[in-house]
Design a protein around this ligand. Structure first.
Ligand SMILES: N[C@@H](CCC(=O)N[C@@H](CS)C(=O)NCC(=O)O)C(=O)O
Length: 200
């Protein structure tokens, strides 16, 4: 049995979208980040980083949202790119997003819109935005050349990057039209909508 630890109001959203795409049965330990449930000895034995998501798949324990989705897609033979090159592109884009946009977009959204105004830090928002701009420029170029990130179809590469850009759905990304169109196309998928409904 597959068990997913992590609330949809966390990076576990990415995993919940993926299992929806794959049509998998799973148990959900709906635990929020930093909540007491992530500090128990049992949880820390699964993920000593004390973070979500983490999965148990018939005893196999795996953390890191991008790795989890790559593993699940490969294991179940769906949304996993065909051929070594497209497979490598899925790794490339997943690692790239983690490096260039993952924390930056959350920091920007939090300090420009999500947090109560009194808790926002304009300098943090600006620094995050300044990192996001060149990264989104790179994504824009890629999506101008090809509608999908790893081959001719939607794959785990698109899912990993688009799910991590969830906050982008409520930001004005109009200066990146290809990114905006692609992001909405990805999030229009039924499994994406179902995962999103678990959070909103
Ligand atoms: N790179 C990790 C990041 C995981 C992560 O930071 N998760 C957050 C929730 S979105 C968390 O559990 N934070 C708890 C903490 O910072 O203590 C992944 O993609 O899975």
């Amino acid at each position: 049995m597959l068990r997913i630890h992590g609330s949809a109001r966390s990076r576990a959203l990415r995993t919940l979208w993926m299992v929806g795409e794959l049509g998998l049965d799973y148990e959900h330990n709906d635990v929020l980040p930093r909540s007491p449930g992530t500090r128990t000895p049992e949880f820390l034995a699964l993920n000593p980083n004390a973070r979500v998501p983490v999965i148990e798949d018939d005893g196999f324990v795996l953390a890191e949202s991008m790795a989890i989705n790559l593993y699940l897609a490969k294991k179940h033979g769906k949304l996993y790119p065909l051929g070594a090159r497209n497979e490598a592109l899925a790794w490339q884009w997943s690692l790239w997003e983690t490096d260039r946009l993952d924390r930056q977009i959350v920091t920007y959204a939090n300090h420009s819109a999500v947090l109560p105004e009194a808790n926002r830090d304009a300098a943090l928002a600006k620094a995050a935005w300044d990192e996001m701009v060149p990264a989104l420029d790179v994504l824009e170029i890629a999506l101008t050349k090809s509608p999908w990130l790893a081959g001719d179809d939607f794959t785990v590469a698109d899912l990993n990057v688009a799910s991590a850009l969830y906050r982008g759905l409520s930001l004005d990304l109009g200066r990146w039209p290809a990114v905006t169109a692609w992001l909405h196309k990805c999030w229009d998928r039924p499994a994406a909508k179902r995962a999103r409904a678990m959070r909103e």
